[in-house]
Design a binder for this molecule. Structure first.
Ligand code: PLP
Length: 454
């Protein structure tokens, strides 16, 4: 029998948050190991529960949720989202401009699919939430990564954005607040991005799913509030602000210059209709969630659980030699840098596999977020303080071992990465090539093609 191959469209698609290293972790769990998981932004898994009022209202409405509904979503839910856009000062949004989806994930794929023809380019941040890059590739487009500058608090590098625009560029993706860096973009920067989009007639896709997970009294500005003469698609949902990932409830809002986008909007309507409608029970959570008391506020104040965990994880991580990390102003993640002089990592997937095997701690490698160098990883700070302390202790021990094993690189005279193969960390085995590392992961795990990063 002929082997059954996956579609060629998937050749460039990568989603390492649920990738082969996670598959290996699952296998280890089946063998009885306890793994500390710092890999997935799934609040419920760490005891952050969906507010009870939301749960109650879904239960209350369940008897009315058996049928398909309007493909764009239940009216009351979309009306509540419309009011939310008013709070966020996004002008001119009507109920008809709102699409409810099975999480923002479905809507990212749908809205990109509706836009792109092969050869079209989309500007996507590096690092990014990798579904964006994957969605562009799957739609036949080419993701062009613009760099977010770690030295500038991970803000997008405007010159790099400008340099990467070509006649084929159709759109720019802004993830604000950002996963994986935790950066929150100031209004002046957003204005400059708007200006660039205006000059080049780009559509702005704004992923704002963490817009209420803000620390240190920070405030969030929706980029779509800054102009009416450009087309914006703004994404948000219940997964993070309301700790309801499993409900699969998100929305996309079309705003700004809609008149010139009638054809594209027709495409969105076609795709929304083709999937009939989003999960109906969860749509009944939206109105309750968006109105009234916002329990996320209690978690992000200095005494709140999320803020305390962020502070602790950041302090512990940055006290390890050679580990630096911009302190996140938002979201649920840290994206530390491992100084290549101390940790000359060649293959970051292999590196995190070795961390998993040695210390039973699971994180995601920076390249899983389309970061171009093997010197970062993402840590989720959702576990409670005891588990975070335990995990950071294990991580620190692992890095101590790396420094010792690799010839006392823990010195100011450490060799530059790549200057000596003998001192390279591949992961920890000396596997120099990514393909070899992938084979090593496969050999140890189930060989799942895609890794995992929510
Ligand atoms: N966008 C970003 C930046 C995310 O981090 C995530 C999930 O982690 C999503 C979108 C997907 O969200 P949803 O659960 O609504 O599909």
């Amino acid at each position: 029998m002929q082997p059954v191959l996956k579609s060629a469209k998937l050749a460039t698609v990568c989603y390492d948050i649920r990738g082969p290293v996670m598959a290996r972790a699952r296998q280890m769990e089946e063998e009885g190991h306890h793994i500390i998981k710092l890999n997935i932004g799934n609040p419920a898994a760490f005891g952050f529960e969906t507010p009870e009022e939301i749960v109650r209202d879904v239960i209350h409405n369940l008897p009315n949720a058996s049928g398909y509904v309007e493909s764009k979503g239940v009216f009351a839910a979309r009306k509540a989202v419309m009011h939310y856009t008013q709070e966020k000062r996004i002008p001119g949004v009507q109920v008809g401009d709102i699409y409810i989806g099975n999480g923002v994930s479905e809507l990212i794929v749908m809205t990109i699919q509706a836009l792109l023809d092969s050869g079209d380019e989309v500007l996507v941040p590096a690092p990014d939430y990798p579904l964006w890059t994957a969605a562009v590739s799957m739609a036949g487009g080419t993701p062009r990564h613009y760099i977010c500058d770690e030295g500038a608090g991970w803000l997008p590098d405007l010159n790099d954005i400008r340099a990467k625009i070509t006649p084929a560029t159709r759109a720019i993706v802004i993830i604000n607040p950002n996963n994986p860096t935790g950066a929150l973009y100031p209004v002046e920067l957003l204005q400059e991005i708007v200006e660039i989009a205006r000059q080049h007639q780009l559509i702005i896709y704004a992923d704002e799913i963490y817009d209420k997970v803000l620390y240190d009294g920070a405030t969030h500005t929706s980029i779509a509030s800054l102009a009416e003469d450009l087309l914006f698609i703004t994404f948000n949902g219940l997964s993070k602000n309301y700790r309801a990932c499993g409900y699969r409830a998100g929305w996309a809002v079309v705003s700004g210059e809609k008149r010139h986008a009638r054809d594209y909007i027709e495409g969105l309507d076609i795709l929304a209709s083709m999937r009939l409608c989003a999960n109906v029970p969860a749509q009944y959570a939206i109105q309750t969630a968006l109105g009234g008391y916002q329990s996320i506020d209690d978690l992000v104040v200095p005494t709140g659980r999320l803020c305390r965990q962020r502070d602790l994880a950041h302090d512990l991580l940055t006290s390890i030699p050679g580990v630096t990390c911009h302190k996140p102003q938002a979201a649920l993640y840290l994206f530390p840098r491992l100084d290549p002089k101390l940790y000359p990592i060649v293959n970051d997937q292999q590196f995190i596999l070795e961390l998993l095997l040695e210390e039973k701690v699971l994180v995601v490698q920076g390249s899983g977020f389309n970061w171009p160098h093997p010197d970062h990883l993402r840590v989720v700070f959702l576990p409670n303080t005891d588990d975070l302390t335990d995990a950071m202790g294990r991580f620190s021990r692992f890095l101590d071992g790396c420094r010792k094993r690799h010839g006392g690189l823990d010195s100011a005279h450490a060799e530059a990465p790549g200057s000596s193969d003998g001192n390279r960390i591949a992961g920890v085995a000396n596997i120099a090539e990514p393909e070899e590392a992938a084979k090593a992961v496969k050999a140890g795990g189930e060989g799942v093609a895609l890794p995992r990063t929510e």
